[in-house]
Design a protein around this ligand. Structure first.
Ligand SMILES: Nc1ncnc2c1ncn2[C@@H]1O[C@H](COP(=O)(O)OP(=O)(O)OP(=O)(O)O)[C@@H](O)[C@H]1O
Ligand SMILES: [Mg+2]
Length: 664
């Protein structure tokens, strides 16, 4: 039975009109002075009432025994006595502890309070209760809920707002284990933020989906969704039904997508040189907002070369990225083939040759090491000879394996499992190269690039399962040694070896390159570009505003709100660069009204410029995806009007009565 809420909330007030009740007179019950309603003893119907009357002052009791005796004396049945309440000191109120026993169920409950409260409690308990949710479940609903969700999303947006654009700031995030990450990438920041608010989580999800789908534009998508919600909030507060808003938002999206496909500039793939330089421009735009923007020309060339190395499907995992601390960013290099860090190796390794031409590669998942079987087997031997036999058997097994590998004709042996010192020397004697404990992803990439198969036994090892490549070498890069496989016949693959200072810097470089690689892949697949720097957003905003003026009703205002929201991208670009956003936006509005659809923010001159000419190009798919995802998130958040949070069993807060637990 839930009693606490009633107990604390409405103690001593008439349940009918809410005014203060007079003291309860013996069996006559209590009559409210204001509404003249009598709360007689019939409210106790169905309950057997037993109560103890408490006295006001403790000093009256000389000793504990005295107190106990007194309490026993006062335990009467069926009467309420007017006394001073020990809590509030109110003389007129009777204060009692009542034991309620339900007539039919035989349950008892002890409650304490002034007599009117007891009456209310009983009244309350006699009402049939419909329990829908577990005790401790927190529900909040309606318009306040919607507004609170929108506010939560705003705080998320504020966290990433300043990272947008070439002049955006970076964030340093330290996680629970103390690992620091410096990033400008929206998706990375959102992932690390560890958001708990259920509605705000949907923004994290759209950032992640944008990252997976197109790689870039993750900050923009969060910003757009947040701004859509912000501009729509006044209409929600005024009571416009969410369904009407959702309809208008969806209509705006449809118009925007139509406009983008109409405006987007198709790429001419016929001219390879031109195509390549266009891809480089897209990659450079994606990187211009990152830490490595100074080297964006260097890296955009590298990224485009890397992607063009791949086959038509452009598999992302065929571009390996390896980081080697030390050196300058410009020392980074692209290797046409597979490269990975030299694995741990035993003595004898130095005698192995380090360069091969036309090499054959055995890819294994076999341990080539003598096992210390003593640890996990018990063998009883009586003579030294027998012991020797066991040792010999083990060596023989290993030698048989090694011989089979040698006979297969392989000259490079890679294994996922360790290759011990005996095997290393065996291979060295036969001018073979070996590497044990190769990472699975590297082994897979070698497999895909060089062909062959990963073998788990040496019995079927022959020419046909060996991988092939034109050139193999082991080389020193910075403080590390690297194994290079070049001229791989099967799959087209490449590896970027990044050089640079701090570890966090290298990690951020890798993330930025990932964005750029994704952008280049997307541009090759969906050959259409638009101008960035807020140009496309301004044009969409103008188009929506013009359209909204042609329609009547609430939709006009709502589509107008979306048009305003789209301006957040150029506005934020200006804000982050320290420009006068209002001034620049006014100039942009004027240009777009005159039909110059590619005018956007010029980050270098604190002005506006034709960003198509300025080569700030972005694939149209980035914008299409960002707008779609932002609209989806907006509609999702708008369509939620109730949150029901179920407490984990065990840590439920004290039960609350009705009317409580609704955060407004
Ligand atoms: N040279 C430039 N001049 C003007 N605007 C630019 C320039 N380069 C990029 N931009 C704009 O900056 C915005 C991209 O900023 P940023 O890369 O920080 O965020 P994002 O791409 O949305 O998210 P993320 O890269 O974190 O996934 C785009 O709107 C783009 O048009
Ligand atoms: Mg970007």
């Amino acid at each position: 039975m839930t009693t606490k809420g009633v107990f604390t909330e409405i103690g001593g007030f008439c349940p009918n009109c809410g005014s203060i009740l007079p003291p309860l007179k013996e069996k006559g019950g209590v009559t409210c002075y204001t509404c003249a309603r009598n709360f007689a003893f019939d409210v106790f119907k169905g309950y057997k009432v037993k109560y103890t009357v408490h006295f006001n002052s403790r000093e009256k009791f000389k000793s504990k025994d005295d107190k106990k005796r007194k309490e026993e004396e006062d335990e009467e049945e069926g009467t309420f006595v007017d006394r001073k309440c020990p809590k509030c000191g109110n003389e007129k109120m009777s204060y009692a502890t009542v034991q309620l026993r339900s007539a039919d169920e035989g349950q008892t409950e002890v409650v304490t309070g002034t007599t009117p409260v007891i009456i209310l409690l009983i009244l309350y308990q006699q009402q049939p209760q419909i329990l829908l949710l577990k005790e401790g479940t927190d529900t909040s609903q309606g318009k306040p809920q919607l507004i609170s969700n929108i506010n939560a999303c705003q705080s998320i947006v504020d966290a990433v707002r300043t990272t947008l654009g070439p002049r955006g700031m970076d964030k340093l995030i330290v996680d629970k284990s103390g690992k620091a990450t410096i990033s400008n990438d929206g998706a990375t920041i959102m992932k690390l933020l560890d958001v708990v608010h259920p509605a705000a989580k949907s923004l994290v999800d759209i950032a992640k989906s944008q990252d997976a789908e197109v790689g870039d534009g993750t900050t923009s998508v969060v910003l757009l969704a947040g701004e859509f919600l912000k501009q729509i909030k006044p209409y929600v507060e005024e009571g416009v039904h969410p369904r009407i808003i959702i309809k208008a938002v969806r209509r705006s999206l449809q118009l925007c997508l139509e406009k983008i496909s109409e405006l987007a500039i198709k790429i001419n793939k016929a001219n390879a040189g031109e195509f390549q330089s266009l891809l480089q421009k897209c990659a450079a735009t994606a990187m211009s907002s990152k830490l490595i923007h100074q080297q964006r020309d260097f890296f955009s060339k590298m990224v485009v070369d890397a992607v063009l190395h791949l086959d038509e499907l452009l598999p992302l995992n065929m571009i390996g990225i390896k980081k080697v601390q030390g050196g300058a960013l410009e020392d980074s290099m692209l290797v046409a083939g597979v490269a990975f860090k030299k694995t741990f190796s035993y003595a004898g390794f130095e005698m192995q040759p380090k360069v091969y031409h036309n090499c054959k590669i055995a890819l294994l998942n076999i341990e080539l090491e003598l096992k210390a079987e003593r640890d996990n087997a018990e063998i009883r031997v009586d003579t030294v000879k027998e012991y020797q036999k066991i040792v010999d058997a083990e060596w023989n097994i290993l030698y048989q394996k090694l011989q089979k590998i040698h006979e297969s004709g392989a000259n490079v042996v890679l294994s996922k499992l360790p290759i011990g010192d005996v095997a290393t020397q065996y291979f060295a004697d036969r001018d073979m190269f070996c590497a044990g404990r190769v990472l699975e992803e590297d082994l897979k990439r070698t497999l895909k690039a060089c062909g062959g198969a990963v073998m788990t036994t040496v019995h079927d090892l022959n020419e046909s399962v060996l991988g092939k490549c034109d050139y193999f070498e082991e080389r020193q890069i910075g403080g590390e040694r690297f194994n290079f496989f070049k001229g791989c016949p099967n799959a087209k693959t490449c590896t970027m070896i990044l050089r640079g200072g701090a570890e966090q810097f290298l990690e951020e470089t890798e993330r930025s390159l990932h964005d750029a690689i994704m952008i280049v892949r997307r541009t090759i697949k969906n050959d259409a570009v638009v101008a960035g720097g807020g140009a496309i957003e301004m044009e969409l905003s103008r188009m929506l505003r013009d359209y909204s003026r042609t329609i009547a009703g609430k939709e006009q205002l709502l589509i107008g709100a979306i048009a305003k929201a789209l301006e957040i991208i150029p506005r934020q670009l200006c804000d982050n660069a320290g420009f006068d956003a209002t001034n620049i936006l006014n100039k942009l509005r004027q240009k777009h009204a005159q039909g110059n659809c590619w005018y956007g923010v010029d980050i270098n001159k604190e002005d506006i410029s034709d960003n198509l000419e300025a080569c700030v190009w972005e694939p149209a798919i980035v914008k299409v995806n960002a707008l779609t995802a932002a609209t989806e998130a907006t509609c999702l958040i708008l369509s939620v009007d109730e949150t029901i949070k179920n407490q984990k069993s065990g840590d439920a807060p004290p039960a609350m009565g009705r009317g409580m637990g609704r955060p407004m």
